[in-house]
Design a binder for this molecule. Structure first.
Ligand SMILES: [Mn+2]
Length: 245
């Protein structure tokens, strides 16, 4: 289905008219786009006031883009000024894993962790030895503010409200939404993306970049690959209708 300015949720899924959600896709260190999207939300709230609004961020705040530390600073501050829900993305798991298991470093570096480390003032050598990995993990643990650590630890694996189910990667078909594994919620791709049956709720997710928001009868993907494309998608949902800013 093509994205319209204002359209009903697919498959007759419904949400309360009392509450507007703004769902934001994978940010990946793009502070500039995050600021832009929040400005668009503010403008939309002025133009179309509502009783209550909640901003739902779908995870992958860090890695790849150049400003991961600044993005976390921004989100921590935002949490204190408006209603927010922050979902855990697979990339956030690397920050805390690295401190506990330094040998995860090469894997993290292969998916954009270098930019995150640099944003915290850490500069890994080209091929870090095991000793380098331990030293860098200790340096990173020092450099990571407590507010960022608490933020990452408080991230939710998923968030359900009315017929909407917000999650980073997706869900495993055949498993009730309430019994999904953390690994699937953060990492799943093919088994979820290929499935075209309905889930108990409409799944709103990111994790797998698409050219434009992908609206299916059972799910909506709003990861438009912001770090590379400059497109950070924000979708609103209210009273069984949806649209894009
Ligand atoms: Mn992801």
């Amino acid at each position: 289905m093509q994205a319209q300015p204002d359209q009903p949720l697919p498959s007759g899924f419904l949400t309360s008219p009392q509450l507007r959600f703004y769902a934001v896709g994978d940010i990946h260190g793009r502070l500039d786009l995050l600021e832009e999207v929040n400005a668009k939300i503010e403008t939309d709230l002025k133009r179309r006031p509502c009783w209550r609004s909640v901003r739902v961020f779908l995870g992958d705040y860090v890695d790849r883009g150049l400003h991961s530390r600044e993005v976390l600073d921004y989100l921590v501050a935002l949490e204190g000024t408006c209603d927010t829900v922050f979902i855990l993305g697979n990339h956030e798991t690397f920050l805390t894993d690295f401190i506990q298991v330094p040998t995860v470093l090469p894997t993290w570096l292969s998916v954009g962790g270098l930019e995150t480390l640099i944003s915290y003032g850490i500069r890994p050598p080209r091929n870090p030895s095991q000793a380098d990995q331990s030293r860098l993990a200790a340096e990173f643990a020092e450099a990571l503010p407590v507010s960022h650590l608490n933020f990452i630890r408080s991230l939710r694996p998923c968030f359900a409200f009315d017929d909407a189910f917000f999650v980073h990667a997706g869900v495993r078909p055949g498993v009730p939404l309430g019994e999904q594994s953390l690994t699937d919620l953060c990492w799943i791709r093919d088994d979820f993306l290929r499935y075209d049956g309905l889930f108990e709720r409409l799944v709103i997710h990111g994790h797998t970049p698409v050219r434009a928001p992908d609206i299916r009868p059972n799910r909506i993907n709003i990861d438009t690959g912001a770090y590379a494309t400059g497109q950070l998608t924000c979708m609103w949902i209210e009273g069984g209708r949806m649209g894009f800013l």
